[in-house]
Ligand binder design. Sequence first.
Ligand code: SAM
Ligand code: SF4
Ligand code: F3S
Length: 443
Amino acid sequence: MTESSVKKYLNITYGCQMNENDSERLSGQLRTLGYEATEGLDEADVVIINTCCVRESAEKKIYGKIGELKRYKTLNPNLLVIVAGCMAQKDREKLFKKAPHIDVVLGTYNTHTLIEVVREWQENRAPILAVWEQAEQMTADVPSVRKSSIVAWVPIMYGCNNFCTYCIVPYVRGRERSRSKDEIVAEIRQLGRDGFKEITLLGQNVNSYGKDLGVGNSFADLLAAVDEVEEIERVRYMTSHPRDMNEDVVKVIANSKRICRQFHLPVQAGSNDVLKRMNRGYSREDYLELVSIIRRYLPEATLSTDVIVGFPGETDEDFSETLRLFREVEFDAAYTFIFSCRSGTPAATMPDQVPLALKKARLQQLMDLQNEISLKRNRLLEGKTVAVMVEGESKNDASRLVGRTDGNKLVLWKRDGSEVIGQCIDIEIEKAQTWLLKGRVKR
Ligand code: SAM
Ligand code: SF4
Ligand code: F3S
């Protein structure tokens, strides 16, 4: 315990939005136990590291952070050190061996059991391995401490059935489980009543939502239902899988009032050979057809992607197919990754692993190309007026505010005093940068 009588927790989160969302529930459970949030490790009574293992670089960084905690645990043996999330699910007791100052390892299927686990540790002060083998209960109805008061995550499904050959996620998050449409809509309505303006529907492959629920429960059906929730202004979703994305979904979005005109469609590679070995289930031609459907219905929509360079066996020719696809589609933004070998996945043992230097060179080439394209796309908005939802102050300059367009582009402008957080206002774009639009309030 710290000197103050209020117990404190610090939650450090890595990884994707799923983890961010889980962290809100982990924090919510600690709040139920009477803990308050702190930013300072030195005053924390509980530290949770919510981990990601999607790439080796993430794991290394997290092991570094866990190592840092040893000093705090030595200074304060009452400090409760919890490692949760995907690395916890994967590495389990290995974590105790590598870092004996960890008290609790909490898996991804039982994040909702944190309260019991903390109580048990307080009673026995012995290490606890709390990692379930599979999901037994949906974790939705657990108290949450939401990071923002205007934008909220809403998980619509958990897990993934795709087994892309490079990816660890299905092994640490299990098979797809969809929440019921009614439950999701009710949660969103309540969020709207609580003052939230924007929600993001979350799933590893949202387009396969409802396959386990039967007729009338497709992702298109869900989007149509969510679009009717008047308490909310904007709806986003992530992540789409190009194999399961279809014209029905695009049509629903085109006819919708609240669903943002933004498509994040991870392509992963531009070469058919590589896509096949990745087990993605679509060809570059299928992908380009999907892009043309989106552009036909919604020419103003923004398009972004994820891509991996240096997948085993990727030749210069394969990589040039990726460059060619990028030139053809002209994404607004792309998240570019170097292939990372994840032991236990099929790609880890595939022949012809690409040398790191070559992977890095390819990554740089692709990033340079994408930066050029992002700037070009953003420049199209110079002189235009866009609707921006006010999110808050800029981190670096309190005289400026930031917000996002419907297409999820980040906008920065000089505060004029009339803005209200959560409101949509018109901003005239004056200057476009690669990752940012600068503008002024349009009156
Ligand atoms: N479910 C989403 C999808 O299918 O695109 C996102 C999954 S993952 C959390 C986010 C991104 O990480 C993926 O789109 C992929 O580009 C990247 N990724 C996953 N495994 C990887 C690996 N072994 N090496 C490099 N990047 C990887
Ligand atoms: Fe990983 Fe593929 Fe599932 Fe996405 S769809 S989480 S990349 S296995
Ligand atoms: Fe997300 Fe990382 Fe797990 S990307 S699902 S936190 S492995």
